[in-house]
Write a protein that binds this ligand. Sequence first.
Ligand SMILES: C[S@@+](CC[C@H](N)C(=O)[O-])C[C@H]1O[C@@H](n2cnc3c(N)ncnc32)[C@H](O)[C@@H]1O
Length: 218
Amino acid sequence: MSERILAGDPFGGRQPTQHERMSGKPWDASYHDGPAPWEIGGPQPAIARLVYEGVFAGTVLDAGCGSGDNTLHVASLGLPVLGFDVAETALAAARKKAEDRGIEVTFAAADAFQLSRLERRFDTVLDCGLFHSFEGDERSRYAVSLASVTEHGGTLYVLCFSDDGPDTGPHPISRDDLRAAFNPGSGWNVAAIEPDRVRTRYHDENGAPAWLATIKRA
Ligand SMILES: C[S@@+](CC[C@H](N)C(=O)[O-])C[C@H]1O[C@@H](n2cnc3c(N)ncnc32)[C@H](O)[C@@H]1O
């Protein structure tokens, strides 16, 4: 594909996700007019709790890191952390926060479906709000892609909207949806799926019902 075509392509040469096709906009547009609905001005409480519990170890990947509040919180532990996203506006904001706070961390543009292009492997992986943005076969393609960059025995934490309870988020996920995507066939074993909460700008301070899944690389 020529650079001339890529220059006018809001998707930078990658295949748009189903969410982008439905909304008619690239993910980057979510970051153009003030904070996106999931930008709460700091890390998600569930992720801050994981950090407090000391579950992050080794090299860390934050998948669909957005403007980096969770990534930076993990990186403040002093671990080597890479956050990736397709939204360049979010990545620029994340890099600025890292610089302002003096936190060493890397933010890179990458497509969740083509992670082998990173040519790196990670011990602990975080997904806060990315998995639940995918539909249909995107979920299993993502699981396979993520497995390609995760060390055997590594751990993936997925925080996603759940289908359990009133006032669910816009992309409610069932336990079966998680198990269907993350299974030995895609390189994973689900160790636990616990109820949790995701905070947003449009729910009250209790946030929306969520699952926190702990998933081991087979
Ligand atoms: C709901 S937001 C969550 C952002 C961040 N994790 C947080 O908690 O603030 C989902 C993020 O996934 C990114 N994303 C969506 N599809 C992607 C893909 N195919 N590859 C990489 N990032 C993607 C979006 O740009 C967006 O920043």
